[in-house]
Design a protein around this ligand. Structure first.
Ligand SMILES: Cc1cc2nc3c(=O)[nH]c(=O)nc-3n(C[C@H](O)[C@H](O)[C@H](O)COP(=O)(O)OP(=O)(O)OC[C@H]3O[C@@H](n4cnc5c(N)ncnc54)[C@H](O)[C@@H]3O)c2cc1C
Length: 373
């Protein structure tokens, strides 16, 4: 089989990896450089964690996601991950952590409830003001996202079955025929075309533009005193919802930055526009950091980064067959990276075996335990 993939983010690269492992020919087209710094996948880190609110289907896939990353580490010859454990905090009527804990208990992965008065002893870097419930699970950690993407590009570039075309925007796709046309007018055909175009997907497939919505998100990298950096460099990752702003904190594992972001969707913005971010973008997030993080007055904003989610109404992934010879692959809503290796391997398996496309779409949407009927 020959496949054409549009997009060289984690999804396009991982499906290329899965297909090449199965002995299939792949041509991958990327509009920017490979890797493209503007891709959603290109940031220092992305989190993987079991707590998933009431989305038990995705919680259940985390073990398989870890297995898929293990396979990738073996193929790459390096492990681009650091374990941190996961601390989930809630208060002020928010109950995401409680919902996560009960969903995980139902699938045999219990979180431990931490008494609030134990928090300062265990995590002296955190202020407990506003925190009413705390839950802990030993699993979870940081995937070194941009290093993974760069290593995958290098790996794929060495494989005889794979041809990478950086700097080659695709102008149009014909998923009925399995055809793409580049901005330069070159026509390429294949048995299957997979559109993994991230936040740009609506430009190629306008019918999906209202379902897959670009959402500009700003994250903050902090410069912190050496003592605080040492304390945070062993983790934990924090997922917090105790006020109007819910935040996540990515600890500075193995020399990477400490990053804070939120999971409030802007549902606006244009991925092709200027990516500058300003203090206005982050004011509520800074306020929450001030009340949650001990010694925060000594921290300085190192840099802001504007990045794009591709959001669906229910935050479920869209990996769907669109026509006889074409698929769209959009696992995002701000939580897709952790599943990149798994989504790539499984889509490659479905494409190669002719497994039922509807079953695959339901699995990717977190609605079925397996990708086959
Ligand atoms: C701030 C932020 C924090 C996040 N945190 C997490 C997290 O902690 N954990 C987690 O699991 N996930 C997280 N995510 C989500 C995750 O990063 C995304 O789900 C994932 O990276 C999407 O990968 P992708 O390959 O679909 O898209 P992208 O990485 O954007 O790749 C798409 C590629 O397609 C290319 N392209 C588009 N159109 C064309 C065209 N016409 N021709 C050729 N090439 C084209 C683009 O240039 C781009 O390189 C986060 C995302 C953001 C923005």
């Amino acid at each position: 089989m020959k496949a054409i993939i549009v997009g060289g983010g984690i999804m396009g690269l991982c499906v290329a990896w899965g297909l090449a492992r199965g002995g299939h020919e792949v041509e991958l087209f990327e509009q920017g450089s490979l890797p493209n710094p503007l891709a959603s996948s290109m940031d220092e880190h992305r989190l993987i964690r079991h707590p998933y609110g009431e989305h038990v289907g995705y919680a259940r896939l985390i073990d398989e996601a870890y297995d898929a990353w293990e396979l990738l580490w073996r193929d790459l010859g390096q492990r681009l991950y650091a374990a941190t454990g996961t601390l989930a905090l809630t208060g002020n009527g928010a109950d995401w952590a409680e919902r996560s804990a009960s969903a995980l208990a139902s699938i045999g992965k219990p979180m431990s409830a931490l008494p609030i008065d134990e928090l300062p002893r265990r995590f002296p870097m955190i202020e407990t003001k506003g925190v009413e419930r705390a839950f802990w699970i030993d699993t979870g950690g940081v995937l070194f996202a941009q290093d993974i993407v760069a290593a995958l590009v290098r790996h794929l570039a060495r494989l005889p079955l794979v041809r990478l075309h950086p700097g080659t925007p695709i102008r149009s796709v014909d998923l009925e025929r399995g055809r793409v046309i580049t901005a330069g007018g070159a026509v390429h055909d294949a048995d299957v075309v997979v559109v993994a175009a991230g936040a740009w997907v609506g430009r190629l497939l306008p019918a999906l533009a209202t379902r897959l919505v670009p959402s500009r998100q700003v994250v903050i990298y902090f410069d912190l005193p050496a003592k605080d950096r040492t304390a945070w460099s062993k983790g934990p990752m924090i997922i917090e919802k105790t006020g109007d702003v819910g935040l996540y904190l990515v600890p500075p594992m193995e020399g990477r930055g400490l990053k804070v972001g939120d999971h409030e969707f802007s549902r606006s913005g244009d991925p092709t526009a200027e990516r500058a971010a300003s203090e206005d973008d982050i004011r509520p997030l800074l306020e929450r950091c001030r009340s949650l993080l001990r010694g925060f007055e000594r921290w300085r904003t190192d840099r802001l980064k504007a990045c794009f989610y591709t959001v669906t109404a229910d935050e479920r992934f869209v990996v769907e067959k669109q026509a006889a010879h074409g698929w769209v692959m959009s696992p995002c809503s701000g939580h897709g990276f952790k599943f990149g290796a798994l989504m790539g391997l499984e889509l490659a398996r479905t494409l190669a075996s002719g497994r039922d496309a509807t079953a695959h779409a339901r699995w990717a949407a977190g609605l079925e335990a397996t990708a086959s009927t």
